[in-house]
Design a protein around this ligand. Structure first.
Ligand code: PMV
Length: 353
C-alpha cells in the first residue's frame, strides 16, 4: 500500500446520515517506538500485545452539511478539552477522507478503563475514531475489502497517535518498515505465535494517575539529536527480529530478558535526553524490584514492561495466573494509586458494537 492508495475521492450525497460504532483496544509495546520523523513515521519498528479489557468505545452520528464540523462528548457529557486533539486528527486525515468535508459529526466516546489513569488512552481512542471514519467511508463504498478497511483504519489512526495504528488488530502487531512490515500502518504478526502467548496476561499497576510531566509528543521530539538515537534505533530493529523469533519458539527466558531490557531502555532514553527527565516514581522501582525477586524465588517467568509513564505492566503466562494474582494482591496492590490495578489479557483487536 502507498500513500496514494489511501486517498479517497468519494463525495457525500446531499442526504446522507447514519450512526457508526466501533470499540478499539489499548496496546502495550514489547519493542518500543520512541522517536519519529514527520507525518508520524517511526524512527524504528515496534511490536505490541493488543489488550482485551482496556478499550475505547466510540460512536459517530453523521449527517450531510455544507461544511465539516464536529461535537465531541465523553460518556455523554460535552468534553471540549479533547477538541484540539480531535481537530488535529481530522486536519491530518482530511486529504485521505475528502467525504468528511461535507459532514457534521456528533462523536461520543467512553473508555472501559479509568480515565486519566496513565494508560495510553490515545491509542484506543484514535483507533476507535479511525474505525468509525472508515465505517462511514464503507457506507459510501460498500465494496471495499476487509484488508483495505483495516489497513486504512490503522493508517488513519497512526496520523492521530503513532502507537494507535497497533490498536486495530490483534493479538500481536508490528509497525515500522522492516521486511514486509510498513511504516504506514500496523500489521498483525506474520509468523505463527507460540501457544504459550495466546492467552498471555498483562496486569496494569496504576502507580500514578496524575498528568505526565513530559508528554509523549515532547519525548519523541527529544530523540532528535539525542546522543544515543542512532544506536537505539538499530538496537530496536535487532530486538524486533529477536522477539519475533521468541514469539514463535515460546522461549520465555529470552522473552523476559528482552522485554525488560526494552522497557528500561525506553526510560534510559528519557533520562539521557536534553533536558533529561524521569517518569518513573519510587513505587515504579519498588514494583519492578518485587517482580524480579518473585521471579527469582519462584522461577515463574513473570516480567514487567513500562509505557511512557510511571505505571507498570506485569506480564505472565496463563498457567501461572493464580499464583501471580496472589502475589499482585499481597505485594504490589499497596504500591498502586488507591490500590488500583487492572487484570488484562491478550486480545483479538477492535470490534463493531
Ligand atoms: O503513540 P505515542 O506518540 O503516544 O507514543 C507512544 C510510545 C510508547 O508508548 C512509549 C511506546 C510504544 O511503542 O507504544
Amino acid at each position: 500500500m502507498t500513500l496514494e492508495q489511501f486517498q479517497s475521492r468519494l463525495t457525500t450525497p446531499s442526504a446522507f446520515e447514519g450512526t457508526v460504532c466501533w470499540q478499539a483496544p489499548s496496546n502495550i509495546a514489547l519493542v518500543k517506538y520512541w522517536g519519529k520523523h514527520e507525518n508520524q513515521i517511526p524512527c524504528n519498528p515496534s511490536v505490541s500485545f493488543t489488550l482485551s479489557e482496556c478499550h475505547t468505545k466510540t460512536s459517530i452520528a453523521f449527517k450531510s452539511s455544507p461544511q465539516f464540523s464536529f461535537d465531541f462528548s465523553y460518556d455523554g457529557q460535552a468534553a471540549p478539552s479533547f477538541n484540539k486533539k480531535i481537530q488535529q486528527f481530522f486536519n491530518h486525515i482530511s486529504p485521505y477522507c475528502q467525504y468528511l468535508s461535507k459532514l457534521k459529526l456528533q462523536i461520543n466516546s467512553v473508555n472501559t478503563f479509568p480515565h486519566s489513569s496513565g494508560i495510553a488512552s490515545s491509542a484506543s481512542a484514535m483507533a476507535a475514531l479511525a474505525l468509525c471514519v472508515m465505517e462511514i467511508e464503507k457506507q459510501l463504498e460498500p465494496n471495499v475489502s476487509d484488508t483495505y478497511f483495516f489497513q486504512k483504519a490503522s493508517f488513519l489512526a497512526r496520523l492521530g497517535s503513532g502507537s494507535a495504528c497497533r490498536s486495530i488488530k490483534g493479538p500481536v502487531v508490528v509497525w515500522g518498515s522492516h521486511g514486509s512490515y510498513s511504516d504506514l500502518f500496523g500489521t498483525p504478526l506474520i509468523s505463527s505465535l507460540h501457544p504459550i502467548f495466546e492467552d498471555y496476561h498483562d496486569t496494569i499497576l496504576l502507580i500514578d494517575r496524575g498528568q505526565k510531566t513530559v508528554s509523549s509528543t515532547a519525548g519523541h521530539q527529544l530523540m532528535n539529536g539525542h546522543p544515543f538515537a542512532s544506536k537505539r534505533f538499530a538496537q530496536a530493529t535487532k530486538n524486533l527480529d529477536h522477539i519475533i523469533s521468541i514469539l514463535k519458539t515460546g522461549d520465555l527466558k529470552a522473552f523476559v530478558e528482552l522485554v525488560e531490557l526494552e522497557a528500561l531502555t525506553l526510560h534510559a532514553m528519557m533520562m539521557t535526553s536534553s533536558p533529561a527527565y524521569l517518569l518513573m516514581k519510587p513505587a515504579t522501582l519498588e514494583a519492578i524490584t518485587k517482580v524480579q525477586a518473585f521471579r527469582q524465588k519462584t522461577n515463574i517467568p513473570v516480567c514487567f514492561t513500562l509505557d511512557a509513564g510511571a505505571n507498570v505492566h506485569v506480564l505472565y503466562p496463563n498457567e501461572n495466573a493464580t499464583l501471580v494474582h496472589q502475589f499482585i494482591q499481597t505485594e504490589l496492590a499497596s504500591l498502586c494509586d488507591q490500590g488500583c490495578y487492572i487484570h488484562d489479557k491478550l486480545g483479538k483487536g477492535a470490534k463493531k458494537y
